[in-house]
Every structure is written in structure tokens, then in C-alpha cells.
Design a protein around this ligand. Structure first.
Ligand SMILES: *[C@@H]1O[C@H](CO)[C@@H](O)[C@H](O)[C@H]1NC(C)=O
Ligand SMILES: *[C@@H]1O[C@H](CO)[C@@H](O)[C@H](O)[C@H]1NC(C)=O
Ligand SMILES: *[C@@H]1O[C@H](CO)[C@@H](O)[C@H](O)[C@H]1NC(C)=O
Ligand SMILES: *[C@@H]1O[C@H](CO)[C@@H](O)[C@H](O)[C@H]1NC(C)=O
Ligand SMILES: *[C@@H]1O[C@H](CO)[C@@H](O)[C@H](O)[C@H]1NC(C)=O
Ligand SMILES: *[C@@H]1O[C@H](CO)[C@@H](O)[C@H](O)[C@H]1NC(C)=O
Length: 935
């Protein structure tokens, strides 16, 4: 029996189901009832499907007192062997999901020891499931960004008892609440998601939470949470609606309850599964009590041993800008212990004690890099879509290898043995097998393989080759002679022809080639000549191989060296940026003459500013380029300039204008970039290109999205730079962004935006100073909201307003009397509900008013006078993406509120501040504080 599995038909029918059941549950939900036999919809409206397509494992019924849910009446269990058993689920690449596996033991095996086994996601060890009680549901959740079109959840390593599973649930997010800078390297594993002041012990989940996260009741774990309960701790609740901004925040029902510390303190102690370690921790607050006019509620978080965390003061009403509104401070990366004791304590000038509605703590789990051969072997097994052995799922080597594969024990393992004997393989020997360069033993005997023996000459470790009992044709290839470690070669009973290289016969090799009618041992004379030719060729090959491997080893060594050096900034390093390893990443050096030819002696000027004049150029190969001749000659030293340029060349990101090379000759310092055909955003919105063709609203949103994405990684540049610091001393931090403005946003042929002018360190000194001090102090790890550069958010808000209105940020004419500034002008209109008053007339009503409101509202939040009240860049990005999906008509499956309702609620939330007097307000704003510049 084979143990592979994939669920193609199951998956496709569950997708079909989803289509039919949009009303019943969110799209992107998969709920597998393991061991179940029928489809059903539960009381919550979740649609469950059985895992009956699974080829292995056994199913059984269980019965646990008080557990009546149908999905917990059955389970599937697996043999206690050294294999892994995988569920493969379809996902949408570049989308965030929550995956939840649950386990209710129910004493299914009547064993007197509780099972203990491992669960993994792909190659990554996810958790060890330890059953401690027959009637308690264990569960594990991971939040991850799908990078592929499938995921595998595998059970393995049953240390005691048998591995089993009750349910497997997949929930798709549609936004970026869980976006972190680390998500390409780490998963988030849920440790705590707590609803404080809960009405009952029942958790809050779907449909209250549209993503079916489980918000556990704090009353359930009272014993644990409230070990040293502070006096005056009380439960409060409200029925008032709470503005939670977007659906990925805690659902309203969670926010409507809270605990308060009437005597000034709230204390908690909780066990954090999976910790100690680094985690993502957010608290959720909403003011749900009526504070008198001169009452305040201000408090601080106190964590033993972490005095820095006690500095920020929470003032919910002020931070959230009103009552019944969500405020969600937190840390993207914080080191937490297993037993977390914390206190919220009121400040001395506060009249009310602290309040806490909810909190969420996730642990970072390092993603395994997977085995080296994963993609090669994936293309091999794709040739056998219906073979069981090709469908075991997950990584070929990790956490345990497939049944027909053996791997070495390197951290990133290689396949060393392939055992595909007697698997009815047809066709040629898959040529991808020759790319498994670590393979030592190859067993392909007893199949129906035809065609020639492919060239395994790169697999220098090959020791044992079994090809017997197939229908292979052609000659015994000569590379076999050169495999230095070959000890056994079995090719009997094939249709091979020609002569056996006598070198093969002579050497100390077990060779069986009987049963090949046309294959003969070569005669002595012929083979003698062959040996000579063979060996001289062989020697040459050996020589080349030796040189090559020396070079390779040298390079590998260098790589390890650097890896060591970079170890401590590893995560930040490998985020969205791809940083070259230096060896082959040196910037291209253009000859001045080449650039003179390309630009026809700097004939056509296409832009200026940012320390130089930019010229159009076309290289001999036809590629168009932008050539920036730097005016400032701050780079006297040739080496200094090229060091800087090397750094520039290490930063690649799809939303950054690509740096192609440089030139420094005859006192000129020149930078070469890819040509952005459509010039700057500024030119299109209110510059010379306005009349070409107005940019549609959805295009503008996409431009905003591109820019926001770049901004998110922009922050990381200086961090990434820390790693390089070791290689190039003096780089702290060299690469930073200058102000975001429409003249720095360039548009390519397809009107996608890229950000330019990520300056050289020298050129960008002014901007760099504040960043460098933060970064120096934190060495990579502590990236929290504090590091979120709120001045960028301000600049970005201004850009959003420019995109909405097509107006320049500062203008003497456009904004009426006494008002020179887009922020003041837009604020007045938006807060008065008059969004039409600012929308660019050239958009001609071709937009969805709801998406327009979304962006306008967010833009206003971005330009709040105080940095700490501005949203984070990732929140803004999420809003833009929402607006894009509204424009694309993706809102049909949204929850059923009509446009009318949401528009009204947006108005009311904005107008809450009271009606505004146009003229006065505009005058009263301090000009300097409203300047759309970075601060
Ligand atoms: C579940 O529903 C799908 C689609 O409605 C159907 O194809 C499938 O056969 C059902 N499975 C069972 C076990 O009833
Ligand atoms: C099961 O339900 C009964 C009655 O509702 C209750 O007394 C008992 O404590 C419950 N047992 C468990 C394990 O929850
Ligand atoms: C299996 O589990 C045991 C105990 O939990 C652990 O020591 C061992 O390393 C695990 N083996 C693998 C291959 O993960
Ligand atoms: C508000 O402040 C005034 C003057 O300081 C004081 O008299 C009054 O008692 C306060 N009211 C409350 C509810 O604290
Ligand atoms: C190979 O094919 C034969 C005949 O169809 C079948 O009996 C055997 O089970 C197959 N073996 C494998 C490993 O699929
Ligand atoms: C070679 O293979 C044939 C057929 O499998 C077998 O009968 C013979 O014993 C083998 N010879 C040696 C030397 O192993």
C-alpha cells in the first residue's frame, strides 16, 4: 500500500461547494471533517466536507461527553511508522491564510498512553501534538502568506500512540492585518487570542468573526489568567456599535466587552504556548464606558524586565479619536517568555483605571528552507500524476523523507537515494533525475523504461545504479567511466547495444550487462584505443572538473563566511529585498563613450532634480535607459563612489526603479537606471502630461499600491544595510529614501509605479541622520511601531490627496483664499462630507464612491498632525487594496451592507468632530505643521 495522497477531486468539489455556498460562508474557507462520511453544514453556517479521498489512514467514530458537533464524532488515524501523511490543499498564491488543525482524542484506540506526534506545514515543523486529556480538543493555528498554489499539512513522528486528526480548516484573509516584514521567512503561530470580559465561556468565532478566528473567553481560563488578580477588577460591556475599521480587526462583539481595573491596575498571567521566543503581540482597546467631561483614562503597560515598554501611555479615547472606536497598539516583534505576567497601571494624572478588550499573541516560527532538490524532484513527480508514490505531499526530505527517497542530514538536505524499483514507470528515464547531484544510489529497476540512459555525469557521488529489467536502448554511455565512485552498475535485461567500454570491465566494479542481445564486450584492440582516447579525454575532464570544484568550493566557503557574518540580521536581510552576495553583484561600470553614444552626447533631457540632470539613452542592444549625470561632485575618490554604487546595486525591488550601473570618468559621476517611459506621476496629475490622457481612478489606486509597497520595504533598507556593514565599513545606513513626492514616483510603460531617488548615502545625509540613530540602537530585532516612519505616512497621505484631486500639494491658486495647502483644503471638504468637491474632474464620475471614500478617509488619517495618531503603512496599503477590489467589482461577495449604509456611516464617523467653519479653520492651521514634508 502506498501512502501518498492528494485530494484533487475533493479540492475541486470543495471549491464548487464554496461557489454555491457563498451566502453560507466566506470564500476561501475549507473545512475538512477528518474521518467523516458526508457533507454537512454546521450550526455556525460552516460547510464541512469529509476527507474521504485520502488513500491511507483509517477512520473511526469516537464519542466524548458534551461534544455534540458532528465533526468531532469521527477522526482519521495513521500507522505509527516513520512516514509522513499529508493533506494537500489548494490556496491562492500571495494570499494570507489561517490554517487550523484540531485533535480530539476520545480514546479512539483504547490505549493507555496518550498519543504524541508532530505536525508540519510543508518542510517546517509546526508543532508537537501532545494529548493530555481524552475529551479536550487540542488545536494549532498558523497564519501564513501562501507563496505557492498548494500547501501540505503533514502528520509524522508518532513518538507514542498513533497520529490522528479531527479537523483541518483553512480560512482566507483578504487584507494585511497580519502582514509583517518577516512573513517570507516566518509563520505566525497563534498562542493567545483572548476576548476579555466575555459574557460566557463560549468562544467568539464565525460568523461574528468573518475570518473564523477563535476569540477565547477569558472566563474560561480564569484560574490561569487571574492568579494575582488586582483588586477592583471588573467586567464591563456595552451594546453600542464599535467602529473596528475593517473586518480583520477583532469583531465588534469582542470589542463590546472588557475588563477594567477600578483601583488602578489590571494584572494578568498567561501561559504562552510555544514561547519563549519572538512574537507578534497586539492589544485591542475601545472606550466603552461613559467618561465624565473631566475624567481621563490613561495607563501604561508594565512588563517585568522591559522598562522601555512602559513609556508609551495609552489614552484610548484620544488614540482612537473617540469613544467606541478601536485603538490597537502592539509590537511586530517582541521577545516574550512562556509565562507572561503583565500589568496595566493607570498614570498618576488619570482618574480612571485601565481597560482591556482583547489581545492577540502569535509566535514567529522560522520557515524551513526545505530540501535543495525540492523543485527538481517536483518536476520529476509531475510526470506521474496518477502514481501513488508521486503524491506523498510536502517536502521530499523534511521533516521526514518520502517513502521512496533518502536524504542526507544537512540543514538543507539533499536527496541521496531514489528507490523506484518496480513502480511500473514508463517512458524515458526522467532527465531531471540527472540534476540530483547528491544522489548516491539510484534504483530504477523492474520498470518499463525505454530510451537511452541519460547523462548522469554531474552526479559525481553515484555509487550504485540499478537499471536492470527495463527496455532501455542505446549504448552504455561513456560518462559511466568517469564516475569516480561508481561501484555497482546493473543494466541486465534491457535492449542496450554497442560495446561495453572496457575501462568499465577492467575496473573494480560490479557490472552486470547480461540479457542485452546487442551489447557486447569490446575486442581488445578496439577497446585499447578506446581506453587511450577515453582516458586522455577523461584526464582532461578530470582536470577541468578539479579546477571547477576548487572554484566552487572557494565560492561556497566565501558564502558560508558571509552567512556567519550576516547571521544576526538574517531575517531582516532576506525579506522582500534581495541582497546580492557581492560576488557577482558588482554594479556594472559603463564606459563614458558608451553612454555618450547611447544618449547621443546627452542630447535629450528627460528630467532634472535630485542632484542631477536625467537624459534619455538607448544602448546598442536596444534597451532604453535613463542616464543621470550628478551635479554635485561629492565623490572625489573613485573608490568611495563605486562602494556606494555597489550598495545601490544590491537593492532590488519590483517597486523601485532598477539601477543598471554607473560611470565615473573625466570627473563625471553618472548613474544609469531603467527608463520609465511614462515619466513622473507629477507630470500626469498636474504637469505637462495632464492633457495626454487622464489616469483612471483604478490606475491611480494601483500607483498608490505600488508606492505603498515600496514604502513598506523602504523602511527595511537601512536594516538590511546593517548586514552589509561588515563588508563595507562605514555603511550605517547608506541607503535611505528621500521624501516621497509625486515627482519621485515614476511610471513605466504599463503605468505601474516605481519609486526613484533612493539616494546615495552622501547625497542623502540630511534624511539619513534620524534613521541611523534608531537603527544603530536596535540592531535589527526590535522593529515595532516606533520604527514605523510616520513622516513617510504623512507624505503618503499627501500623495493620496493628490491622486484624488489631481491638485498639487502646495498651490497659491487652487485652494481658494487663505489656503495654500492641499491638506487643509481636502480636510475641510472631506470632514464636511463633500467629497465631490475635491475629486479630480477629469475622472468623470468613473469611480466607485465607496472606494473614493475609503481612500479619502485614510488619507486624512495619514496627515494627522501627530505622528502617533497616523495609521501604519501596512494599514494604508490594506485600505488601498480594498479600494482596488471594490473598483474591480470584487465587492459582490462582501457582507451584505449596501453602499448607502456604509457611506453614511463613514460620513457620520467623520463629521463627529462637529461642523466646521471653512475659512476660520483654514486660517487656524499652523502653516508649518501642515506642510506636506517629512518630519
Ligand atoms: C459532497 O458534496 C459534493 C458537491 O455537492 C459532492 O460532489 C460530493 O459527492 C459530496 N460528498 C459526499 C460524501 O456526500
Ligand atoms: C457535561 O455536561 C454536564 C451537564 O451539562 C456538566 O455537568 C458536565 O460538567 C459537563 N462535562 C464536561 C466535561 O464538560
Ligand atoms: C520525533 O519526536 C521526538 C520526541 O518528540 C524527538 O526527539 C525527535 O527528534 C522527533 N523526530 C523527528 C524526525 O522529528
Ligand atoms: C470635575 O472638575 C470639577 C472642578 O475641578 C470638580 O468640581 C468636579 O467634581 C469634577 N467632576 C468630576 C465628575 O470629577
Ligand atoms: C504495476 O502494474 C501491474 C499490472 O497492471 C499491477 O499489478 C501492479 O500492482 C502495478 N504496480 C505498481 C507499483 O503500481
Ligand atoms: C546478472 O544478471 C542475471 C539476470 O538477472 C543473473 O542471472 C546473473 O546471475 C547476474 N550475474 C552476476 C554476475 O551477478
Amino acid at each position: 500500500m502506498e501512502y501518498g495522497v492528494i485530494l484533487p477531486s475533493l479540492l475541486s468539489f470543495s471549491l464548487l461547494l464554496l461557489m454555491a455556498a457563498v451566502r453560507a460562508q466566506m470564500p476561501g474557507f475549507v473545512s475538512l471533517d477528518c474521518g467523516g462520511r458526508a457533507n454537512f453544514t454546521d450550526d455556525l453556517g460552516l460547510r464541512w466536507t469529509p476527507d474521504d479521498q485520502l488513500l491511507y489512514g483509517e477512520t473511526t467514530n469516537i464519542s466524548v461527553a458534551n461534544e455534540t458537533r458532528k465533526q468531532y464524532q469521527t477522526l482519521r488515524f495513521f500507522p505509527a511508522d516513520n512516514r509522513k501523511y499529508c493533506y494537500t490543499l489548494k490556496v491562492i498564491s500571495r494570499t494570507r491564510y489561517l490554517v487550523r488543525a484540531t485533535f480530539l482524542y476520545g480514546n479512539f484506540d483504547n490505549n493507555n498512553v496518550y498519543p504524541k506526534f508532530d505536525i508540519s506545514l510543508g518542510a517546517t515543523h509546526w508543532a508537537t501534538i501532545v494529548v493530555s486529556d481524552a475529551s479536550t480538543i487540542e488545536f494549532q493555528e498558523l497564519i501564513f502568506l501562501a507563496l505557492d498554489s498548494t500547501i501540505s499539512v503533514c502528520l509524522s513522528n508518532a513518538t507514542t500512540g498513533q497520529a490522528f486528526i479531527s479537523t483541518l480548516e483553512l480560512r482566507q484573509f483578504n487584507g494585511s492585518v497580519y502582514l509583517t516584514q518577516y512573513e517570507s521567512q516566518f509563520y505566525l503561530s497563534t498562542s493567545a487570542r483572548i476576548n476579555f470580559g466575555a459574557d460566557s465561556e463560549a468562544p467568539i468565532r464565525y460568523p461574528d468573526d468573518p475570518f473564523d478566528r477563535i476569540w477565547e473567553s477569558d472566563s474560561l481560563k480564569k484560574a490561569n489568567y487571574l492568579v494575582d488578580v488586582a483588586s477592583g477588577t471588573e467586567k464591563i460591556s456595552t451594546r453600542m456599535p464599535i467602529n473596528v475599521n475593517t473586518g480583520e480587526r477583532p469583531p465588534q462583539k469582542v470589542m463590546q466587552t472588557a475588563m477594567v481595573g477600578r483601583n488602578g491596575s489590571l494584572t494578568y498571567r498567561l501561559n504562552l504556548d510555544g514561547f519563549p521566543g519572538f512574537g507578534w503581540a497586539f492589544t485591542y482597546f475601545a472606550e466603552i464606558e461613559s467618561l465624565g467631561p473631566n475624567e481621563t483614562r490613561k495607563f501604561r503597560l508594565v512588563l517585568p524586565g522591559m522598562p522601555d515598554l512602559s513609556k508609551p501611555v495609552v489614552n484610548i479615547q484620544e488614540n482612537a479619536q473617540g469613544k467606541y472606536r478601536l485603538y490597537e497598539p502592539g509590537y511586530y516583534n517582541i521577545s516574550l517568555p512562556f509565562v507572561l505576567s503583565f500589568r496595566f497601571g493607570k498614570t498618576s494624572d488619570s482618574s480612571m483605571g485601565p481597560l482591556l478588550n482583547a489581545m492577540e499573541i502569535n509566535k514567529y516560527i522560522k520557515k524551513s528552507d526545505g530540501s535543495i532538490d525540492e523543485s527538481v524532484i517536483a518536476s520529476v513527480i509531475s510526470l506521474y500524476p496518477s502514481a501513488d508514490w508521486a503524491q506523498e505531499g510536502g517536502d521530499p526530505c523534511l521533516p521526514v523523507p518520502w517513502s521512496w527517497v533518502q536524504c542526507n542530514s544537512d540543514p538543507q538536505p539533499r536527496i541521496v537515494k531514489i528507490i523506484l524499483s518496480e513502480k511500473n514507470l514508463t517512458g524515458n528515464i526522467p532527465s531531471d533525475l540527472t540534476k540530483l547531484i547528491g544522489v548516491v544510489e539510484l534504483w530504477l529497476d523492474g520498470n518499463l523504461l525505454t530510451g537511452p540512459i541519460p547523462d548522469f555525469s554531474r552526479c559525481m557521488d553515484l555509487k550504485i545504479i540499478h537499471l536492470e529489467n527495463n527496455q532501455l536502448t542505446g549504448e552504455l554511455p561513456s560518462f559511466l567511466v568517469d564516475l569516480p565512485n561508481l561501484r555497482e552498475l546493473y543494466v541486465q535485461n534491457n535492449k542496450l547495444s554497442g560495446t561495453v567500454p572496457s575501462h568499465l570491465v577492467d575496473r573494480n566494479l560490479i557490472l552486470n550487462y547480461t540479457g542485452n542481445i546487442n551489447l557486447h564486450k569490446g575486442n581488445n584492440r578496439g577497446s585499447h584505443i578506446k581506453i587511450i582516447i577515453g582516458s586522455s579525454v577523461g584526464a582532461a575532464v578530470m582536470l577541468v572538473a578539479t579546477i571547477a570544484s576548487c572554484l566552487l568550493m572557494h565560492k561556497e566557503k566565501m558564502k558560508y563566511l558571509k552567512q556567519d557574518q550576516l547571521e544576526h540580521t538574517k531575517h531582516t536581510q532576506r525579506l522582500v529585498l534581495s541582497l546580492g552576495d557581492g560576488a557577482n553583484e558588482a554594479a556594472h561600470c559603463f564606459a563614458l563613450s558608451e553612454l555618450e553614444d547611447a544618449t547621443r552626447k546627452f542630447e535629450k533631457k528627460v528630467g532634472s532634480g535630485g542632484f542631477g540632470v536625467v537624459y534619455y539613452g538607448k544602448l546598442k542592444d536596444g534597451n532604453e535607459i535613463a542616464v543621470k549625470v550628478l551635479t554635485s561632485n561629492s565623490y572625489q575618490g573613485k573608490r568611495e563612489f563605486s562602494n556606494e554604487v555597489t550598495l545601490l546595486s544590491r537593492i532590488h525591488h519590483r517597486n523601485l526603479v532598477q539601477f543598471l550601473g554607473y560611470c565615473q570618468e573625466e570627473g563625471k559621476s553618472i548613474l544609469v537606471y531603467e527608463l520609465m517611459h511614462n515619466g513622473t506621476l507629477k507630470e500626469h496629475l498636474y504637469g505637462p502630461r495632464t492633457h495626454e490622457q487622464s489616469i483612471s481612478w483604478i490606475k491611480r489606486l494601483e500607483i498608490a499600491e505600488d508606492t505603498a509597497k515600496e514604502k513598506l520595504i523602504g523602511l527595511l533598507c537601512p536594516l538590511a544595510c546593517l548586514g552589509i556593514e561588515y563588508l563595507h565599513t562605514g555603511c550605517v545606513p547608506s541607503i535611505i529614501h528621500r521624501d516621497l513626492k509625486t515627482s519621485n514616483i515614476l511610471l513605466d510603460k504599463n503605468m505601474r509605479a516605481k519609486v526613484s531617488d533612493f539616494g546615495l548615502s552622501k547625497l542623502a545625509v540630511e534624511g539619513a541622520s534620524h534613521v541611523s540613530s534608531i537603527v544603530r540602537g536596535t540592531v535589527g530585532y526590535y522593529i515595532s511601531q516606533q520604527l514605523t516612519d510616520k513622516s513617510d505616512v504623512y507624505s503618503f497621505g499627501v500623495i493620496l490627496l493628490e491622486l484624488i484631486s489631481g491638485q498639487e500639494a502646495i498651490s497659491n491658486e487652487s485652494f481658494g483664499v487663505n489656503c495654500r495647502n492641499i491638506v487643509q483644503w481636502a480636510k475641510l471638504h472631506i470632514e464636511n462630507g463633500d467629497i465631490q468637491g475635491i475629486i479630480d474632474p477629469s475622472l468623470h464620475d468613473e469611480y466607485d464612491i465607496q472606494s473614493m471614500w475609503k481612500i479619502a478617509e485614510k488619507a486624512l488619517m495619514c496627515v494627522q498632525p501627530h505622528g502617533n495618531t497616523r495609521p501604519s503603512m501596512s494599514e494604508v496599503l490594506k485600505e488601498i487594496q480594498d479600494a482596488i477590489s471594490i473598483e474591480k467589482g470584487a465587492d459582490v461577495v462582501r457582507e451584505g451592507n449596501s453602499d448607502e449604509i456604509s457611506r453614511n456611516s463613514m460620513h457620520s464617523s467623520l463629521v463627529m468632530g462637529g461642523s466646521l467653519d471653512l475659512g476660520d479653520h483654514c486660517l487656524s492651521i499652523d502653516e508649518s505643521s501642515a506642510q506636506p514634508t517629512a518630519r
